[in-house]
Write a protein that binds this ligand. Structure first.
Ligand SMILES: C[S@@+](CC[C@H](N)C(=O)[O-])C[C@H]1O[C@@H](n2cnc3c(N)ncnc32)[C@H](O)[C@@H]1O
Length: 354
């Protein structure tokens, strides 16, 4: 495990690429006979499960670009993960799930699994106890079968279930009507604010930059609502949507195509790490403050740095964040100028000029 790397690889990385739930899952699997079994791994954080099981017949399913890249890295590209339910095939004898905190996503996963299970299929889920959403048990009982649990070990726990139910149809994606938009939005299950407009996003939509922008990036786009609003204000603009969630990219694409007839660009990526230098006129960003279960401002930092690199000189990054996050101080370190352009009790909107 010690040789496992996180993605992106950082010098002097202090965070581990695995957790005790990975260890507990692998410890349990070592007591089972896995040869001849078709194994599906779901939501492997940094490829700890895939890299330890790579000699078996495994498929790894992830929504996360970070997890995808880390799995490639840690398995020396022996395992190439899949990133959509449509790529599941046949029957899996064993499904190993690192439980997501997001119960909508878990429900979607379980529903999409049901056509790929039979009465002999076993599900083993792992989670750190502090991240285990209580509703996970109900969903497993509803879609898979009666659950049992392991004792907690190093603050992690396993949940077991055998497939006893029938095929289920997922309630996702949701179709959501948003104020100010004629067409509904199609929101996949692993999306930020999938049921309604987030209040921070709403504040950003009320405070969009006014100018004539030709190339606009919606950085961390989720369902693409910010970029779609920018396109309404700049009908001639070329739009780029990027996110590290494959479901976000899928939603943004559907929603853009429902609103406009021209083509936009969509990038499943980490921040905007491969962006072309000095190619953008405007970047709009509502940064996340966590990556999977790790909370921190490191993603915001990378997003701001990537935006700085990709913006033309004198062009604008507009950022929204909770006032207490102190984005203005960070932006001042990276950009020539930064100024607060709107503020309410909770949020701050900051302009940074490249
Ligand atoms: C706070 S949400 C904002 C979503 C949308 N722009 C809005 O305002 O409603 C942050 C988004 O960043 C995405 N994200 C998280 N980590 C990322 C990363 N490393 N690279 C790109 N996008 C990331 C999340 O998937 C999420 O869609």
């Amino acid at each position: 495990m010690d040789s496992l790397k996180r993605y992106p690889v950082r010098k002097n990385e202090l965070l581990r690429a695995w957790d005790s739930a990975d260890e507990l899952i692998l410890q349990h699997l070592s007591s089972l006979s896995l040869s001849d079994k078709r194994i599906l791994i779901v939501n492997d954080h940094f490829g700890a499960l895939a890299s330890n099981l790579r000699s078996e017949n495994i498929t790894s399913l992830t929504d996360s670009f970070i997890s995808y890249q880390a799995t490639l890295l840690n398995t020396e590209e022996q395992i190439i993960p899949i990133n959509s339910f449509e790529m599941l095939s046949g029957i899996y004898d064993l499904v190993v799930i690192q439980l997501p905190k997001n119960l909508s996503y878990l429900e979607d996963i379980l529903c999409h699994l049901t056509p790929h299970l039979n009465r002999n299929s076993k599900i083993i889920c792992g989670s750190m106890v502090k991240h285990l959403a209580p509703g996970s048990f109900d969903l497993l009982q509803k879609y898979i079968g009666i659950t049992s649990t392991s004792l907690a070990q190093k603050k992690a726990r396993l949940i077991f279930a055998n497939f006893e139910r029938g095929v289920s149809v997922s309630p996702y994606p949701l179709e959501v009507k948003l104020d100010g938009f004629e067409k509904s939005f199609v929101n996949n299950s692993n999306l930020f604010s999938r049921e309604k407009l987030d209040i921070g996003t709403r504040f950003l939509l009320e405070n969009m930059p006014k100018g004539n922008y030709k190339t606009i990036l919606d950085l961390g786009c989720a369902n693409g609502v910010v970029g779609i609003k920018a396109k309404m204000l700049n009908p001639e603009a070329q739009l780029i949507f990027c996110d590290e969630s494959a479901m976000a990219i899928k939603s943004a694409k559907t929603n853009y195509q429902n609103h406009f007839s021209d083509e936009a660009r969509y990038e499943w990526t980490n921040c905007y790490e491969n962006g072309q230098k000095a190619s953008l006129d405007l970047v709009l960003c509502n940064p996340p403050f966590h990556q999977s279960n790790t909370i921190g401002d490191f993603i915001a930092w990378q997003m701001f740095s990537d935006a700085r690199y990709a913006l033309k000189k004198g062009s604008l990054l507009r950022v929204i964040g909770n006032s207490h996050l102190g984005y203005q101080t960070k932006l001042k370190k990276i950009f020539a100028q930064s100024v607060i352009v709107a503020q309410n009790k909770k949020f701050m909107i900051i302009d940074a000029i490249a």
